[in-house]
Design a protein around this ligand. Structure first.
Ligand SMILES: NC(=O)c1ccc[n+]([C@@H]2O[C@H](COP(=O)([O-])OP(=O)(O)OC[C@H]3O[C@@H](n4cnc5c(N)ncnc54)[C@H](O)[C@@H]3O)[C@@H](O)[C@H]2O)c1
Length: 345
């Protein structure tokens, strides 16, 4: 069986999806689409496929088994629903959609047409997060957990990452990965979410063309089942060129687990590194566990979707997981807007 794959969006993630599908046994790239003709043609030439400027033409003219969606979030719903209605399985980049109404329509279209819908929250496939999950499950630091993620970066290079009309702004764009990881590590669902937020990127030169800024800086506190708690700090509004940092610390009643890069402490935890380590600190002392290099390609999502299509395995990178992450994002943004952005004491 060889699955025929079409990809919409030939930017950074589109290229990663193309590489992952090209290497997957039992899949063949059939068509690539980007509204930027040069991008579509360059990638199509590289893989020897057809190139399209409009995804509607691609769906109409090609016989595809799977469509990978790698365009800004504001287009995910329309493409996913149309692909499902043509009988295509869908691998959609995160964030799943702009709203829960859209997400539910995507799930409904997949169910009605008996196709799989996967959402690319691939962080849960990274070796250091799998190692953290296993350590937590061993009971070594006890429970409940207080999970703290911090992501601080210079204003992002792509305007769509800051636009409400693109990926919904940085909270919408990034925090879904972190909500998904918290569910992955704890196995628990979210309860109440509170948050404060701000826009730090507004006066930055790189973002001059942005009219509709999404919230780029936030403190989010989510209560979870079984007494767990997730705290997210996000700042995607630092000045251009600022080094930033990223951290993940899992606090338990008997100790801490965190990931560090022994060579580059500022490294972002989604990036591959041969020197990544998991540190466990508990009553026995401090243990460093080297962690295999992982990279954040969508390969795990591609293989997961193929197993679901070919053998009926339940998806790990499921639409239900994508929807749960989206619900937490939207609850955070609701809380931020209800609190106002920087109300005086
Ligand atoms: N899973 C992850 O870790 C991860 C990382 C980065 C981005 N993403 C997600 O991937 C998606 C794409 O992000 P990216 O970084 O590749 O962006 P990008 O800007 O590099 O690429 C997007 C491409 O989509 C094209 N495009 C936009 N609208 C289109 C349309 N209607 N029809 C056809 N082509 C269209 C653009 O021309 C561009 O080439 C977003 O949803 C983003 O949130 C996920």
């Amino acid at each position: 069986m060889s699955l025929r794959i079409g990809i919409v969006g030939c930017g950074d993630m589109g290229r990663k999806h193309a590489a992952a599908w090209a290497q997957a046994p039992g899949a063949c790239l059939a068509a690539l689409c980007d509204q930027d003709a040069q991008r579509a043609q360059d990638l199509a030439r590289f893989y020897g496929t057809d190139a399209y400027l409009d995804w509607r033409d691609m769906l109409a003219q090609e016989t595809l088994d799977v469509v990978s969606i790698c365009v800004p979030c504001s287009h995910h719903h329309d493409i996913a629903v149309a692909a499902a209605e043509r009988g295509c399985h869908v691998l959609c980049e995160k964030p799943m959609a702009m709203s829960l109404t859209q997400a539910d329509a995507m799930i409904g279209a997949a169910e009605a047409n008996q196709v799989q819908l996967a959402i690319c929250h691939q962080y849960r496939s990274l070796p250091h997060y799998r190692a953290i999950k296993d350590l937590v499950a061993s009971g070594r630091i006890g429970a409940p957990l207080y999970i703290r993620f911090m992501e601080a970066r210079e204003v992002r290079p792509k305007l769509e990452m800051h636009r409400l009309s693109g990926n919904g702004g940085p909270v919408h764009d990034m925090c879904g990965h972190l909500f998904d990881l918290a569910r992955f590590i704890t196995g628990a669902e979210f309860g109440t979410i509170s948050a404060q937020g701000a826009v730090f990127g507004r006066d930055k030169k790189r973002l001059q063309a942005v009219q509709d800024f999404g919230v780029d800086t936030a403190e989010i506190l989510a209560r979870m089942q079984h007494g767990h708690c997730l705290s997210i700090g996000l700042n995607w509004g630092l000045p251009e060129g600022f080094p930033g940092y990223s951290s993940a610390v899992i606090h338990g009643p008997q100790g801490l687990i965190y990931a560090i890069d022994s060579q580059e402490p500022d490294r972002f935890l989604g990036d591959p590194s041969p020197t990544l380590e998991i540190v466990v600190k508990d009553a026995k002392g401090r243990q460093h566990i080297p962690c295999p290099t992982g990279d954040n390609s969508p390969e795990a999502c591609v293989l997961d979707l193929m197993r679901a299509i070919e053998h009926g395995h339940p998806l790990e990178f499921s639409a239900a997981n994508g929807r749960a992450a989206l619900a937490a994002i939207l609850a955070s943004l609701d809380a931020i807007h209800a609190n106002g952005q920087g109300t005086d004491l």
